[in-house]
Every structure is written in C-alpha cells, then in structure tokens.
Ligand binder design. Structure first.
Ligand code: MCA
Ligand code: AMP
Length: 484
C-alpha cells in the first residue's frame, strides 16, 4: 500500500486540502508538483530539504518519498556547524529549497559536504511545475527519512526511519484518535521533526484530512483556523491557555493533542475548562515515533500519556537490568519494541550499541511508571544532559561544545532549568577567560547551531562545581539555576 494513501487518490479532494504559508493547494496539485520534484531527484542517495514551513518544503518532502529517495529535513535556523554536520553525515547530494531563498548560497558554497563531498547541489522547487510520471511504491523497509536528533554529547545523530514505520505509526494514531478524512488538522509546528512533519503533514496525506499550517503555533493562529484536530507542544498549549478568548475559539474542535514534552497538569486543566476538551496526551521520540497515547474514546488522565498504540510493546527496566513491576508506583527506564521503531543511527554503530538491548528493545532514556491499568506516566529523563525546551530536544554537550568554540570561553556547563513557558530553558554556566557578555554567547550559539538551542540565560562563573572525579555537578547547577 502507498505511504501517502490519501495523496495518491480515493479520498476526495478540495482546492484547499493543504493550506500553508498563506497558500492553498489541492492534493492533486501537490501530487503533480511533488512528482515533478521526484523526476529530478530519482536515484539520488538522499535529498536534503531546507525545511521552512512552506508549500515548497511539503512538495520536496513528498517528491523525495515518491521517488524513494531518503529525505533529510534541514532545520532552517541551523547555523554552519550544525548544518555542515547534517549534510556531511547524511551524504545528501541535493538541497531542495524555495526559489530565492537567500540561505542557499552559503550552504551550497561549502564544498566539504554532500555525497562524496564536493558540495550539495541546489534544487529550487517551483510548486507550479507539474508532472504526471508514475512511480512504483518503494519497499516498506526502504528509508523514508533520516531525522537528526540530539544525544547527550556530540553532534546530532541521524535516526534512520523506514517508510513502513511511518505508515504503522500513522495508522495506529488514526485508530487511537479516530482521525479520518473528515478532520481538518491544524498546527504551526516546525517541519523538520516527527511532530510537525511526519504526523502533522504526512498524517494528513495518509488519512485524507485537510491540513492548515498556521506558520507559527500562536494562539491567534490556532483560534482563527477552525479545525477539528489540533496538534501542539506543551508551550503552545500553555500560551493558548493564557489567552481565554483564543482558547474558547477551539470549543468547536473534536480533539486537542499535546506531545513532545510533558503537559503540566494545570495547563491540562485550564485548557479543558476553556475549550471544553480534555486534551489527548501522547508520548514519542524521534527514534520510535509516537508509541503511547490516550485514546479519543478512552480516559484522558492529566499527567498520563495513556496506553501503548496498536502493535507497540513497552516494559520498565531497573538500573540493575531487572524488570520493574507495573504497579503504578515503581519507576524504571521505559523500553520499547514494535513496528514504529527506527532502524538505527546513521554511521553510528557505537550509539546503536548503547540504544538497543541484547534482546532487541530500544532504551528510551525516559523514566516512567506503568499502572496496573496499563496507563503510562513519564516521570523524567535518566540523563540531565538531554534538555526539552519548547518541545525541542537539545543535547547539553552540543551546546557546551559550541560555547567552548568561542575564543573567550575556557569552559562551560549547560543545564535545562525549569521554565514556566518552555518546560525547560537552556542555561549555560560559563568560565570566561576573555571579555565576553552573556548576550554575545547566546548569539554565538544561535548562529552556529540552531536558534532554538541558544542559551536563554548565561551565568558567568569563576569555576564549575565538580566531584572528586572532575565531573561537573549538574544537579547542583540545576538547583542553583532555580534560585535565580
Ligand atoms: C531570538 N531569535 C533569535 C535570537 N533570539 N534569532 C537569532 N539569534 C538570537 N539570539 C528569534 C528567532 O529566530 C525567532 O524569530 C524568534 O526569535 C522566536 O524564536 P524562538 O525563541 O524559537 O521562539 P519561542 O517562542 O521560544 O518558541 C516556542 C515554540 C517553539 C514556538 C513553542 O519552541 C516550537 O516551535 N517548538 C516546537 C518544537 C517541536 O516541534 N518539537 C517536536 C520534536 P522568527 O520569528 O523570525 O522565526 S519531535 C518529538 O518531540 C517527538 C517525536 C514527539 O513526541 O513529538
Ligand atoms: P524527540 O526525539 O525530540 O522527539 O524527543 C523525545 C523525548 O521527548 C522523549 O524521550 C521524552 O523525553 C520527551 N517527550 C515526548 N513526548 C512526551 C510526553 N508526552 N511527556 C513527556 N515527555 C515527552
């Protein structure tokens, strides 16, 4: 079966099946435009896409999928250090972008990246150009995406996602959320992650629901969109809950779904009060796609992510490797198995060895509790070095390395401090050995990595607290960060 079932026919169509970037497209238009991209990329080793929230991005991603070329979304706000890594590591030969995108010149000028190096070739996408070529559906176990995601240390790792994993996840979500062609899906999330791109775009192209992308996930944008199914990260929901008028405009929706980070219980409750809808909470990871969710026809319990999706198996394991009982109290590392799991990290056998157990389960690094009724509660992360800020996953080590690249930085330690708006905020403790301000360091990280990875606060310190082994005491820094 085709991955993009609805795109490839049989679900009815409308002139505004897809609304993004202020432009409306029918699925027929999108299929023609994406096929024209497929004609140009077929046979390429991988297709990078400069993933701004635009028709061009959707066209390019779908074009790559039609042609069976692995798609590598490039965060549009990524600076040279991060994007060089993504382009080099993925071996992308082509970079799809909107005509006239001013960022492309800088990227294609770099001859140290791309398939076999020599640079990536720019592939301007014109959604008005159409083709009617037909492509055979690629095998289910072919790579659909390489999605870059942060670990605790080092540069982001490329998670290799099979097409059949995407299909299995979308079908399981459609069943859990009663998501159908009758829905209008609304969100304004970035198009380079699982949430905004795989669920938020491909989900519509598989189920046949209409899609409205609001550009940014603002309360006003959500209120004006008139959808039935809304996606957001907790920051989006908490901002909406702070604007009662905008929130009440969602009363006519069918389902509000939160994910990518824990939804605070007060936000859950306020949202329910203002909209009349208790939100659905679901849990996922780049590596596993979405695996656990409350259901449209089931209990929506605040603070809980619900039950495993169809086909997904979960278990809790203690630090000693022993099974942890599902008694609603005992905590353990959440491990996963099932059809939505990724195939491994690109070029990273070391990371694969750490991520999988000997009996083939994926170690999430999340600490959870499972009740006797099967409901899952995510308690936190095993490592303080993986930060979730505004729903973005940010590795402390990556930000520390970027800070150390600054000539006036002798050392740095980064933590995720509790933050009302973002869940966690990146806070950097820096030992400077030259004249530099916090704002300059924030700008330095924003330019080299991604804007969303920048420290929201920089604390200049004479030294970092360390244990006898010389390891930075991050828990102590975290405690201090809360006091400021
Ligand atoms: C600010 N800006 C800067 C700087 N400071 N630019 C350059 N240098 C600086 N120093 C600019 C930005 O470019 C941007 O401009 C504007 O300020 C605001 O950007 P930002 O700070 O990022 O906005 P925010 O308010 O903090 O964003 C909140 C957010 C965002 C909208 C909720 O965090 C977001 O979109 N999160 C979604 C993350 C997500 O989708 N995660 C899913 C991962 P301009 O306005 O021009 O752009 S997938 C996942 O987790 C799994 C699978 C799952 O379960 O879903
Ligand atoms: P990412 O790879 O960016 O998708 O981030 C995955 C991580 O986000 C998970 O390992 C969790 O720590 C976190 N996460 C996603 N959804 C939830 C949720 N509903 N509740 C708590 N944490 C979540």
């Amino acid at each position: 079966m085709a991955l993009l079932t609805a795109l490839q026919g049989g679900f009815g169509d409308s002139a505004d099946a897809l609304r993004i970037d202020g432009r409306a497209f029918s699925r027929e238009d999108l299929l023609g435009a994406a096929t024209a991209v497929a004609d140009r990329v077929a046979g390429a080793p991988a297709l990078a896409v400069l993933a701004r929230p635009s028709v061009e991005t959707v066209t390019a991603v779908v074009g790559g999928l039609l042609a069976g070329v692995p798609v590598v979304p490039l965060p549009p706000d990524s600076g040279p250090k991060e994007r060089e890594h993504i382009l080099r590591d993925s071996g992308a030969a082509l970079l799809a972008h909107a005509i006239g995108d001013s960022a492309v010149g800088d990227i294609t000028a770099d001859t140290t990246v791309g398939a076999g190096a020599g640079g990536v070739e720019a592939l301007p996408v014109d959604p008005a150009v159409r083709s009617a070529t037909t492509y055979a559906e690629p095998a289910g176990d072919a790579t659909g995406f390489v999605l870059y995601t942060s670990g605790t240390t080092g540069a982001p790792k490329g998670a290799v996602i099979r097409r059949e994993a995407v299909a299995a996840d979308l079908d399981a979500l459609a069943a859990a959320w009663q998501w159908t062609a009758g829905d209008t899906l609304v969100h304004g999330l970035p198009l380079f992650h699982v949430h905004g791109l795989l669920l938020g775009v491909l989900g519509a192209l598989r189920t046949g629901s209409r899609l409205v992308h609001t550009g940014r996930p603002t309360p006003a944008g959500y209120a004006a969109a008139g959808g039935s199914l809304y996606f957001g990260v907790p920051t989006v929901w908490s901002r909406l809950a702070a604007e009662p008028e905008a929130a009440s405009a969602l009363a006519g929706a069918r389902l509000l779904v939160s994910g990518s980070a824990p939804l605070p219980v007060p936000v859950f409750e306020r949202l329910a009060e203002l909209t009349g809808h208790a939100p659905i909470e679901r849990y996922g990871m780049t590596e596993s796609l979405i695996t656990v969710s409350t259901r449209a026809d089931g209990e929506r319990r605040p603070g809980s992510v619900g039950l495993p999706l169809d086909g997904v198996r979960t278990r809790l394991v203690g630090e000693d490797g022993a099974p942890v009982p599902c008694d609603g109290e005992s905590v353990g590392e959440l491990q996963l198995a099932g059809p939505t799991l990724f195939s491994g990290y690109l070029n990273r056998p070391d990371a694969d060895a750490e991520a999988w157990t000997a009996d083939g389960w994926f170690r999430t690094g999340d600490v959870a509790v499972i009740g006797p009724d099967g409901f899952h509660r995510i308690v936190g992360r095993a490592s303080v070095d993986l930060i979730k800020s505004g729903g973005y996953r940010i590795g402390a080590g990556e930000v520390e390395a970027a800070l150390r690249d600054h000539p006036a930085v002798a050392d740095a330690a980064v933590v995720g401090a509790p933050d009302e708006d973002l869940g966690q905020a990146v806070v950097a403790y820096v030992i400077a050995d030259g004249p530099v301000t916090g704002d300059q360091l924030t700008a330095f990280v924003a330019e080299r990595l991604s804007v969303h990875k920048r420290p929201r606060r920089v604390v200049l310190v004479p030294e970092l607290p360390r244990n006898a082994m010389g390891k930075v005491l991050k828990k102590q820094l975290l405690a201090e960060s809360g006091e400021r």
